[in-house]
Design a protein around this ligand. Structure first.
Ligand SMILES: [Zn+2]
Length: 362
C-alpha cells in the first residue's frame, strides 16, 4: 500500500436556481454538463472519487464571449469540454482562468488555445512560476512512475483485492478502473502536451464585467497551493472554488499550506455563496462540507504546530495527530474514501503542516 501511495504522490501534491440540463449533453463520456444560472454551465467530471483527477470545467457564456474556468487534464478531455461548449454557443472563449498550476487544471490549455486562437490565460503570478518549475518536475516524475501505478490498480481489480488486502467493494472497483483510465490517458497524451503559461498573471484581484455579469477573480490566500484563485459571481451567488473545495474528501497535498488554507476557507465562507463549484466532485448547495474541511485543517495545523513546538520529528508528529472526528464525517464507512483520506489528508497533509509550522516552503 505504501508503495502505491508513494507512486501516486506526484498528483497535485499534488445558488441560484438550478435548471437540469442533462438531456442534451449527458451523452458525453466523462462529463455531465448542467446549467446553474443564465449562461453558467458546469461540466462536472463523472469519475467516482479516486486518487487521480480530471477537473470540473465551468463555462460562463456572456453576451458576446465566453469565460472558462480550468482546462482539464489532457487534450482529449479538453476536447470533450470544448465540444460540450460548442453545443451551447458559438461565441468565442476570450479568457480561461487556471485556478492553480496542477496539471489536472492546466493540461488542456494548449487544446483550448487551438480551438480559440486569441484566448488569454489568467492565473496567479506564483502559479506561473510553479508551472515552470515544480509542475515540470512533477510531470516528468508522473510520466516515469504512472505506468506502474496504473498496472497496480488493474492488478488489484483483477485479484478483487484493495490496497489494504481486503475484498474489493464495487465502489473501489469502479474508482480503481477510473483512476487507471485517467493515468493511462495522461501517459498516452502527456509527452506531447505543450505547457501554455498564463498570459495574464494576477496577484490579488481581477474583475471582468460582461453586460450585467460580474466575474470577480480573487486570490483569498494560500491553501491547496500557494496561489489558488477563486471565481466569484456575486449576482448569481455562485463561487467557483478550484481545489480549495473538493468533495467528498479534501485534497491537502504536499504543496498545500494547511494553516493558511483554513483561514482562506474562512474568507471563502464570508462570501456566503449559495452554490459552490468544487474543483472535483458534485456541485454543493450547502457550505457544511467547507466548514468541516476548515475545522479539520485548523485541527491538523494546531496539532502539528504543537508537535513541532514539543520538538517532535515528522514521524512522531504523524502519531500525535488525531483527526478521527473529521475522518468519520468525511469518510464514513467507505474504504475508498478512507484510501483518499490517508493518501491526501494524512500522508502529504501532515507533512505539509509540519513544513508550514517550521516555516519551510513546499
Ligand atoms: Zn485538481
Amino acid at each position: 500500500m505504501r508503495e502505491s501511495l508513494r507512486s501516486c504522490s506526484w498528483i497535485p501534491a499534488f445558488a441560484g436556481t438550478t435548471i437540469a440540463f442533462a438531456c442534451a449533453f449527458s451523452a458525453q463520456a466523462g462529463i455531465k454538463v448542467e446549467k446553474y444560472a443564465e449562461g453558467v454551465y458546469v461540466a462536472v467530471r463523472t469519475e467516482p472519487p479516486g486518487l487521480m483527477f480530471d477537473a470540473n470545467v465551468v463555462f460562463l457564456v456572456n453576451d458576446e464571449d465566453v469565460v472558462v474556468v480550468d482546462a482539464n487534464l489532457t487534450p482529449s478531455s479538453a476536447k470533450e469540454s470544448i465540444a460540450a461548449l460548442r453545443a451551447i454557443t458559438k461565441r468565442p472563449v476570450r479568457y480561461l482562468v487556471n485556478t492553480h498550476w496542477h496539471i489536472d487544471h492546466v493540461g488542456g490549455n494548449a487544446t483550448w488555445r487551438e480551438a480559440y486562437p486569441g484566448i488569454e490565460f489568467i492565473a496567479h503570478t506564483s502559479a506561473r512560476e510553479d508551472m515552470l518549475k515544480t509542475g515540470e518536475t512533477n510531470r516528468k516524475a508522473f510520466l516515469e512512475g504512472g505506468g506502474g501505478f496504473a498496472k497496480q490498480l488493474r492488478e488489484k481489480v483483477q485479484k478483487g483485492e484493495n490496497f489494504a488486502g481486503k475484498a474489493l467493494t464495487e465502489e473501489e472497483r469502479e474508482a480503481y478502473l477510473a483512476d487507471a483510465t485517467l493515468v493511462e490517458s495522461y501517459l498516452r497524451e502527456g509527452p506531447a502536451i505543450e505547457a501554455v503559461l498564463p498570459t495574464l498573471a494576477i496577484d490579488g484581484r481581477f474583475v471582468l464585467r460582461r453586460g450585467e455579469r460580474v466575474i470577480d477573480i480573487r486570490h483569498l490566500g494560500a491553501g491547496h497551493t500557494a496561489a489558488d484563485l477563486v471565481v466569484h459571481l456575486p449576482n448569481e451567488g455562485i463561487l467557483i472554488a478550484g481545489d480549495l473545495v473538493v468533495f467528498p474528501v479534501p485534497l491537502v497535498g504536499s504543496t498545500s499550506y494547511p494553516s493558511a488554507y483554513a483561514a482562506t476557507l474562512g474568507r471563502l465562507l464570508e462570501l456566503k455563496p449559495k452554490l459552490i463549484v468544487p474543483g472535483h466532485g458534485p456541485i454543493l448547495r450547502k457550505d457544511d462540507h467547507v466548514w468541516t474541511t476548515m475545522r479539520m485543517l485548523e485541527a491538523l495545523a494546531s496539532q502539528v504546530g504543537a508537535a513541532v513546538a514539543r520538538g517532535e520529528t515528522l514521524e512522531q508528529a504523524r502519531r500525535s495527530v488525531h483527526l478521527e472526528k473529521y475522518r468519520a464525517t468525511l469518510v464514513g464507512e467507505s474504504p475508498q474514501r478512507e484510501l483518499i483520506f490517508r493518501s491526501y489528508v494524512l500522508q502529504p497533509g501532515i507533512e505539509a503542516a509540519y513544513n508550514e509550522a517550521k516555516g519551510k516552503k513546499p
